[in-house]
Design a protein around this ligand. Structure first.
Ligand SMILES: [Cu+2]
Length: 284
């Protein structure tokens, strides 16, 4: 009897905890309400099954408790019961999977007018690339990655010259405009995750993965790496700022393009560098 009471308390307590607990998702900042909905559907299905099964076990503990005068009945098969259990289980599994597939299809089908932004992950930082004036991201090659060309942009591709490169700063995006993220990794698996967007995706070395969102409120959010990617994984964080269109454009205009960065690097290389020395003048 005590076990039955404990089981009932577990069922009731779990439901009460779910309803009254202060923890819930952070306020959503993207168009992906449907992803929240899929999680809510899963909560409902697993919640109902959990409560029903726990209460059923409690019922059985009481109903079929030991009695001297009762003998167990051998019943290896029950076609009717098995059919019902199979149907109900299938419905439950379909109910949890089908909405996810439906949303996933949309998640990886960006609208044709979506802006493109590239996200580059490497141990252990995030960098970002905008396509610049021409709206086209230049081609890249991992073999071209160097100190002066950390994105590995192909210098002979005209589309890459005006690409805007952001390193060591937050990703800025305009409010209300759909954006397609193109994800690339320079070393190992990473995962681009912004909880408020309800969106994440793996970055896989050697391929470009993608998904899209539309930011629905301004604010500053955190980019997390959701893939254990090495010793510094925990500090692989970045910032993301959702701004009004004007503020975004002002910021974007202040950023350097690939061409400017290359020119600066060349200038720097050609400039005569004075090195302080203790040697007497004229004797070098
Ligand atoms: Cu990572």
């Amino acid at each position: 009897m005590a076990i039955a009471i404990v089981l009932i308390l577990v069922a009731v307590g779990s439901v009460a905890f779910h309803i009254y607990s202060p923890w819930w998702w952070t306020e959503i900042a993207s168009n992906w309400n449907q992803i929240d909905l899929t999680v809510v559907i899963t909560f409902w299905i697993t919640g109902i099954v959990f409560v029903a099964l726990t209460l059923f076990v409690a019922y059985c503990v009481v109903k079929f408790r030991y009695s001297k005068n009762r003998r167990a009945e051998y019943k290896p098969e029950n076609k009717k019961l098995e059919l019902w259990l199979t149907i109900l289980t299938s419905l439950g599994v379909i109910g949890m999977l089908a909405p996810g597939l439906w949303v996933w299809q949309q998640y990886v089908s960006p609208p044709p007018n979506a802006d493109e932004v590239e996200i580059v992950g490497q141990q252990w930082q995030w960098s970002f690339r905008y396509p610049g004036q021409d709206g086209i991201l230049g081609t890249t090659d991992a073999n071209l990655v160097s100190f002066d060309n950390p994105f590995g942009i192909n210098p002979t591709d005209p589309a890459g010259q005006d690409d805007i490169l952001i390193e060591g700063d937050a990703l800025h995006l305009p409010l209300g405009r759909p954006v397609k993220f193109l994800l690339r990794s320079h070393d190992v698996l990473h995962n681009f995750f912004i909880p408020q967007f309800r969106a994440k995706m793996d970055l896989v070395p050697g391929m470009v993965t993608y998904f899209w969102i539309t930011p629905t409120r301004t604010g500053e959010f955190e980019i997390l790496c959701a893939e254990l990617c090495g010793l510094g994984h925990h500090q692989m964080r970045g910032g993301i700022l959702i701004e009004e269109e004007d503020t975004f454009q002002t910021w974007l205009a202040e950023q350097q393009t690939f061409r400017q960065i290359q020119q600066d690097a060349r200038l720097h290389q050609n400039r005569p560098v004075k090195i302080a020395t203790d040697a007497p003048a004229g004797k070098e």
